[in-house]
Design a protein around this ligand. Structure first.
Ligand code: ZN
Length: 122
């Protein structure tokens, strides 16, 4: 059975990966620009920035529909409240970032209720 929300979840995770990659790229290019390299076309950089903002908006819209089957909260949107004690950590990251990183392993832990969620059947 096809599962539209699971597909949406995958697209959502990929959009976050792309945002992270572009963000690193933009930071790198900005640093190069600041250190005096003049080969950067700022017009192109502007398009990349608009694309990045578009993806972030897309992610927020998608993320609204991707909810925990146990507590019905948005799995990849984190408020200011501390995460559940069962919530996973990875390197210096915790909370929603780890959820997104582990999305394609199929098993994540909800940052709100601490239940294990299968991302292939949402
Ligand atoms: Zn939950």
């Amino acid at each position: 059975m096809s599962n539209k929300r699971a597909t949406l979840g995958k697209i959502n995770a990929i959009s976050v990966y792309v945002v992270w990659a572009l963000f690193i790229l933009l930071t790198f290019l900005s640093l190069l620009g600041l250190s005096g390299f003049k080969f950067i076309d700022y017009g192109v950089l502007g398009y990349v920035l608009k694309f990045l903002i578009g993806l972030v908006v897309l992610h927020v819209v998608f993320a609204y529909f991707i909810r925990c089957p146990y507590c019905n909260k948005c799995l990849t949107i984190q408020g200011f409240a501390p995460t559940h004690e069962n919530s996973e950590r990875q390197f210096i990251f915790n909370g929603w970032a780890v959820v997104v990183m582990r999305w394609f392993t199929g098993k994540i832990v909800c940052i709100y209720c601490g239940e294990q969620v299968n991302t292939n059947v949402l």
